[in-house]
Design a protein around this ligand. Structure first.
Ligand code: DGL
Length: 271
């Protein structure tokens, strides 16, 4: 039976959703979080829609069995397909792309840049959702082939920093200096984990991290359903991964997550 103490579920292809878990630990510190990162199958962004749906349904079953009270789809790539699986869940399902579009539509600038995986870029999901909310805005989206995997494997690793920054420049220079965008949506949750690198490279560029809006929307939804956890102790964070639990624990700590209650291995769905 779902209730106040049931966990909030968070899914991503890998560690990208840690950016959402981090905001959740700050804004909703008493909630228990249950995280699933499909590290054994990432990156999702270079897969087909049918493959992404199969891998997603595997994570949905996991979350449904554990009776999460709300599911945060902390992966933009998966969120582009949310209309194809939302009805399969018995709890509310939030899309990080919707959260990013909501936040971007409210910003003052006219020209919005979006960096995302190739899949997210090719669906045209961001221009469509922002266009519905603020038709006067121009949205220029860019698909990045390697960036999510670089973050997954090099987060917090000084040796990988140059590689990561070179890829960021390759993807962002044209948007910033050529298109002269007014702000940039981090349209892949992995990119939010290297927000500091992006700020250093482009100090004047306002960034939109959809994680902030996503957690605010989750709080409002749980409050509306009377499902917020009002106890006084800190909530737990249980992480499951189809990748390496040792690597996930290390990355979770580098991302700033605290507490990290447990990190466990989970069998991978092979396609
Ligand atoms: N973190 C994911 C996103 O927000 C996807 C990264 C990937 O697996 O390609 O799109």
């Amino acid at each position: 039976m779902r209730g106040h103490t049931s966990p909030i579920g968070i899914i991503d292809s890998g560690i990208g959703g840690f950016s959402v878990a981090l905001r959740a630990q700050r804004l909703l510190p008493h909630e228990n979080l249950l995280y699933f990162g499909d590290g054994g199958n990432m990156p999702y962004g270079n897969h087909s829609a049918e493959e992404i749906l199969a891998m997603t349904r595997y994570m949905l079953r996991f979350m449904e069995e554990r009776e999460v009270k709300i599911l945060l789809v902390a992966c933009n790539t998966i969120s582009c397909l949310v209309d194809r699986f939302r009805a399969e869940m018995t709890c509310p399902v939030l899309s990080v792309v919707q959260a990013g579009a909501d936040a971007a539509a409210r910003l003052p600038g006219k020209k919005i840049g979006v960096v995302a995986t190739c899949f997210t870029h090719n669906t045209g999901c961001y221009p469509e959702l922002i266009g519905k909310l603020a038709p006067e805005k121009q949205v220029i989206s860019r698909g990045c082939t390697k960036l999510a995997a670089l973050v997954e494997h090099h987060l917090g690793d000084p040796a990988g920093r140059e590689k990561l920054n070179a890829d960021l420049r390759e993807n962002l220079d044209e948007l910033v200096y050529g298109e002269k965008i007014d702000c940039c949506v981090l349209g892949c949750t992995h990119y939010s984990l290297v927000e500091g690198n992006i700020e250093e490279l482009y100090p004047k560029l306002p960034l939109v991290d959809p994680a902030d809006q996503m957690v605010k929307t989750a709080e409002a939804e749980l409050e509306r359903r009377n499902l917020l956890n009002y106890r006084s102790e800190r909530g737990t964070l249980e992480i499951y991964t189809t990748g390496s639990p040792e690597e996930y624990r290390e990355k979770a700590e580098k991302a700033g997550l605290d507490p990290v209650t447990s990190v466990r291995s989970y069998p991978r769905l092979s396609l």
